[in-house]
Write a new protein. Structure first.
Length: 221
């Protein structure tokens, strides 16, 4: 899940702050962006492009592992703190969507962004994070009465390694997949619906599915 509207100037400022390990500067950009364009747009247009830029900088050798970890933790703290502070009230009558990354997938910040956006839209969501054992994911779905499940991964082989377990999960709960590792072929093999790469489009689809007649994600054809 990516954004197609990067705020280049803000992203550059955040990259400089990450390299300098300057948390105050990082949070100042997030605060200013949130005030100017709103929290949801700041997530889609600043946070996601920044995370992508940090990863690319690390691959080029322009950003240290320590800086990448620092930036990730600041983003995680902001997302679970300030970004969730004024979420819409969700109906207790609405069954939640459950979000997780399967075993072998450590990059969960994109999915965390999606969780925050769902919650801010009034859709109940349960975020389990990285390296979630699929039997445990099924248990959570059963306990909370999940309306659907979204599984995300950055590499196709992560989905393929757990194809059997995902197909079993899809028998009991509407399943959607997303992330850089997801494509139409993988979705068909695991009996899932493929979410669009653009996070805004994915969010609109999941909100529509959840609030539509009967609620929940659509069952794949």
């Amino acid at each position: 899940m990516t954004s197609t509207f990067p705020a280049t100037t803000s992203v550059d400022a955040m990259l400089a702050a990450a390299r300098a390990m300057d948390e105050r500067a990082l949070r100042a950009v997030l605060r200013d962006e949130s005030r100017e364009i709103g929290v949801n747009a700041a997530i889609a247009d600043t946070v996601l492009p920044f995370l992508n830029a940090v990863g690319q900088a690390w691959e080029r050798g322009d950003c240290s592992v320590a800086s990448e970890h620092f930036a990730s933790q600041v983003m995680r703290s902001w997302l679970t703190g300030a970004a969730l502070a004024d979420t819409e009230t969700t109906s207790t009558a609405m069954d939640p969507v459950v979000l997780a990354c399967p075993p072998g997938e450590r990059h969960d910040l994109g999915l965390l962004c999606f969780h925050v956006l769902l919650m801010r839209s009034g859709v109940p969501s349960r975020f389990l994070g990285s390296d979630t054992p699929l039997p445990g994911l099924a248990d959570v779905c059963r306990v909370v009465g999940a309306s659907g499940v979204i599984v995300a991964a950055t590499r196709q082989r992560v989905f393929e390694a757990h194809g059997g377990a995902l197909r079993v999960l899809a028998r009991h709960y509407p399943l959607a997949i997303g992330g850089a590792g997801a494509d139409a072929d993988v979705a068909e093999r695991v009996h899932a619906r493929l979410l669009p790469a653009d996070m805004r489009t994915s969010l609109a689809q999941v909100i529509r599915w959840h609030r539509g007649d009967g609620g929940g994600l659509p069952v794949p054809a």
